[in-house]
Design a protein around this ligand. Sequence first.
Ligand SMILES: O=C(O)C[C@H](O)C(=O)O
Ligand code: SF4
Length: 510
Amino acid sequence: MDRFTESIYTLIVETSTNLPDDVRRAIARAKLTEEMGTRASLALSTIGENIIMAQDDQAPICQDTGMPTFFVRCPVGANQIEMARQIREAVVAATREGKLRPNSVDSVTGKNSGNNLGPGTPVIHFEQWEKDEIEVKLLLKGGGCENKNIQYSLPTELEGLGRAGRDLDGVRKCILHAVYQAQGQGCSAGFLGVAIGGDRTTGYEAAKEQLLRRVDDVNPDPRLAELEAYIMENANRLDIGTMGFGGRVTLLGCKIGAINRLPASFFVSVAYNCWAFRRLGVIIDPVTGGITQWLYRDGGELPELGAAEGIAGSEGSRRVVLRAPVSEEQIRELKVGDVVIIDGLIHTGRDALHKYLMDHDSPVDLRGGILYHCGPVMLQDEKGEWHVKAAGPTTSSREEPYQADIIKKFGIRAVIGKGGMGPKTLAGLKEFGAVYLNAIGGAAQYYARCVKKVEGVDFLEFGIPEAMWHLQVEGFAAIVTMDAHGNSLHAEVQQRSLAKLAEFADPVFV
Ligand SMILES: O=C(O)C[C@H](O)C(=O)O
Ligand code: SF4
């Protein structure tokens, strides 16, 4: 491997496995803010534990290693074609080593390229600067939080907040609304990059660039600095909390920039990033290709993240062990708030599988079974055996159109995912006797360690994340957030946060 390629490879591995210092500090602060023993605090402890595990094992923090997005600044005359080639080579190597999940899917055929290369992937932005060195920043932003990005065109009417006009107060309302609409689905607590202005394309680009700012910096524009501070204070009053469990910390950072707009357009573009905010950077010597400096690493003392007990050890809640096949009686006994520990066989299934199962049979008997919304990172050894490298939950709401029908058709008793599901699934859980279990989003190392054996796989042709993996697990902890009695923590938190959002309808920035 060329030295530059090697440097990029190291950058990818570090970004995927080792969170930057400013992000760690923000998460540690959140942990101190939440009351001990609450669901949010337990979830944050599991997140902290997961961050340490990922660092120790040099394994992906989250199984969704996102869209590799490189921001390169290089001296005049540097060969960008060659740099792009080497970046792609490093991406392929990192995928082969299980540091990146194969995440590049043909949008027409649905085929996963398997190596993270394809039209539009990876994303590489080049810019020239007058310095002699090369700066490369990398953002690995996953699909679940990417789905929570939102763009507003002002003026507009916003749920709970009313009219958002073409001024800073309208922008204020959009940002609060962006946090509200994300709920826990983008693995809150999150970070926002916001751009005021631009067109639809440059607005989103500028929003993502705001994510390159350090969490603890201060906006040089005093009006935007004031808006950022306002958002940090008040978005955290929405009581959405970590994973949407309710709590004091919903937002870990908010960075706002402005670019000029057309007279007719007024966009506010919001890039939502999950707590697993994977962005790092390096300075590279253009002669040797070697790394001379790391960005977002201060070298100072890092906060303690892995100390307190996570959800598995929670004492305040009732703990129930489930093992498939699960009976209807066992399920009907469960209530929202119970902690469930799963032992035994579970099956992964996400978008492609749900669509498929609607009009086909399952290759395995799912009666009394447990289905896990998860697209893991998997590696195969020389003997052909599969190993789980990362395996946290994916956003369940995408399966909302199918889930109730699939529970009924196959007799599934428990669905594990994150972010909750809607009214159709809730009604299905009640009618057919099933539960929804919320695992901690992004805790991919924590859950990978629960997998004791890969029993087999079906539909590998769907690609690694979408295949149906049959996994033997032990001590897999999740929280009942939708039970078989019509209760949904997600619906409750959403309603409560909407009422809080409405308290911010009056103008502030006039
Ligand atoms: O694709 C995944 O594994 C998860 C995704 O990032 C999500 O948040 O839903
Ligand atoms: S699963 Fe959660 S932590 Fe992972 S990329 Fe998706 S939103 Fe981020």
